[in-house]
Design a protein around this ligand. Structure first.
Ligand SMILES: [Ca+2]
Ligand SMILES: [Ca+2]
Ligand SMILES: [Ca+2]
Length: 243
C-alpha cells in the first residue's frame, strides 16, 4: 500500500489521523501505532503479505481508520480486493508488472467516496524459491539536503514604476515563504534592463510536502513609501529534482 489521498475527516475541526488495518482471512495487520496526525494525504509505503489457497482465498480488506485517543477510532473508509477474481483472470495473470491501483474507499453511511488508496497486488506460488521472487523495496525515498545555487544576472523589459520613468529594480527570490532573499538594487533603471550578477543560495530538503517552486519577483524599491511589486516568474523544480 503506497499512499492515501483526500481522506474524509472523522474529527471535528481537524483532519483525520489515519492508519491502516489490513485483513485477509484470520491474518490481520494493525498499523494503529503508526497513525498520522491530521493528515488527509497519508504516506504508508508498507508491504502486507498473506498466504492462502485457490480457489476460495479470502478477500483482502483494506480499512483506513481515524485514530482517537479518548473515544473509539472511526472508520474513514474501506476497500476490498477479491483474490479469486484476480487469480483466475488470465489477463491479470499475464501482466508482468502489476499496475498501481487507485482504489476509492467507502463508508456504509454514504455512497460518496471517502478518499483514495494507491496500492498494487501480486500473487505468487508459495513454493517458488524465495530468490526467484521479486523483492520490492517500497520504503519511502529518504529525505536529503540540497542547496539551490541561483545566479540572478539581468532583466529585460521590466516596466518603469516611478514617475520619472525609471524603476529601482531588485529581485526577490524564494522557495519557502519564510526564507526570502533579495538581490541588491539597480537604481534608476530606465531601460527595463537591470543588471545584478548576484548569487543566492537556498537550503532545501527533498522529497518534501510542498511543491518545490522557485519564485522570482521583480520589485521597485521606494525610499519613502512601500516598494512596488512589478511582476513574477515561477520555476517548477520538481522535474529538476526527479532527474
Ligand atoms: Ca474522530
Ligand atoms: Ca485530527
Ligand atoms: Ca482523530
Amino acid at each position: 500500500v503506497l499512499e492515501g489521498f483526500d481522506f474524509a475527516s472523522r474529527d471535528i475541526g481537524s483532519f483525520s489521523d489515519p492508519y491502516l488495518f489490513v485483513r485477509c482471512g484470520n491474518r490481520e495487520f494493525s498499523e494503529r501505532d503508526n497513525y498520522q496526525l491530521d493528515e488527509p494525504n497519508p504516506k504508508f509505503y508498507k508491504l502486507f503479505e498473506f498466504t492462502g489457497e485457490f480457489p476460495g482465498a479470502p478477500t483482502i480488506e483494506i480499512e483506513a481508520y481515524d485514530f482517537d485517543d479518548l473515544f473509539g477510532d472511526d472508520l474513514i473508509g474501506k476497500t476490498s480486493i477479491d483474490l479469486d477474481d484476480r487469480f483466475f483472470n488470465g489477463d491479470w495473470q499475464a501482466i508482468e508488472e502489476k499496475p498501481i491501483e487507485y482504489r476509492q474507499i467507502y463508508h456504509d453511511s454514504t455512497s460518496l467516496s471517502q478518499g483514495v488508496i494507491t496500492c498494487w497486488l501480486e500473487i505468487e506460488p508459495s513454493n517458488k524459491q524465495s530468490k526467484q521472487q521479486k523483492v520490492w523495496d517500497i520504503s519511502p525515498e529518504p529525505v536529503k539536503d540540497y542547496q539551490i545555487r541561483l545566479s540572478v544576472m539581468d532583466t529585460k523589459n521590466v516596466p518603469c514604476e516611478d514617475f520619472e520613468g525609471v524603476s529601482d529594480v531588485f529581485i526577490r527570490c524564494y522557495v519557502d515563504d519564510d526564507d526570502k532573499k533579495d538581490t541588491d538594487t539597480h537604481f534608476r533603471c530606465s531601460s527595463g534592463a537591470a543588471s545584478f550578477n548576484y548569487r543566492i543560495m537556498f537550503d532545501v530538503k527533498s522529497p518534501r510536502q510542498n511543491p518545490l517552486l522557485l519564485v522570482l519577483q521583480a520589485w521597485d524599491f521606494d525610499l519613502f513609501k512601500s516598494n512596488d511589486y512589478i511582476c513574477e516568474w515561477t520555476l517548477d523544480l520538481e522535474e529538476v529534482f526527479k532527474n
